[in-house]
Design a protein around this ligand. Structure first.
Ligand SMILES: [Cu+2]
Length: 173
């Protein structure tokens, strides 16, 4: 017969197992005997809920249950690449930035990669074509890269001051 308390223990253990844990968790031998007894005693009503939860706390504090660091997940950043393709310098060519309008979530690192045969730069500007100081790369030779992290939502314009007919967009949303 499953008592209320046993059901509660099962719920706690189930919820612990749903938390991403490292492979060390599988090593049941590292769970001290007194904790296994605590689970039994809790089920039998011999010890209190607080004492039982303290046993689980012990497992976490002693790295027997290893929780993934939630902070790492939250601050994880992604990268996106904008190619400056061959022929980009040529006003008559179709060598547009690829993609021409990059759409990304906040906190994405954008990397411009110069695959053209001549140097380019990347200069931020506003929607009217006026230079802003948000980002400004040095001249990028063939094979060079420049990166900038977009933290906030918005539409960001940029161009190349050597070839001012080349304009591109980064949309953060
Ligand atoms: Cu250029």
């Amino acid at each position: 017969m499953v008592t209320g308390k046993n059901t509660y223990i099962l719920a706690i253990i189930s919820s612990i197992l749903l938390i991403p844990v490292s492979a060390d968790m599988a090593n049941a031998e590292s769970v001290p005997e007194w904790i296994k007894n605590n689970a039994l005693w809790y089920g039998q009503g011999i010890i209190s809920e607080t004492e039982f939860l303290n046993a689980i706390k012990f497992l976490i504090e002693n790295d027997i249950i290893v929780l993934e660091n939630p902070q790492e997940v939250i601050t994880q950043v992604t990268e996106a690449v904008i190619l400056i393709p061959n022929g980009n310098f040529d006003v008559t060519s179709a060598g547009f930035y690829t993609p021409l309008n990059l759409e990304i979530p906040p906190d994405t690192i954008v990397i411009w990669a110069n695959e053209d045969s001549v140097p380019h730069n990347i200069q931020s500007q506003d929607e009217f074509g006026k230079i802003t100081d948000l980002f400004n790369s040095p001249p990028l030779n063939t094979g060079d890269r420049f990166e900038f992290t977009f933290e906030e939502e918005g539409v960001y314009n940029y161009y190349c001051s050597f070839h001012p007919w080349r304009v591109g967009l980064v949309t953060v949303k």
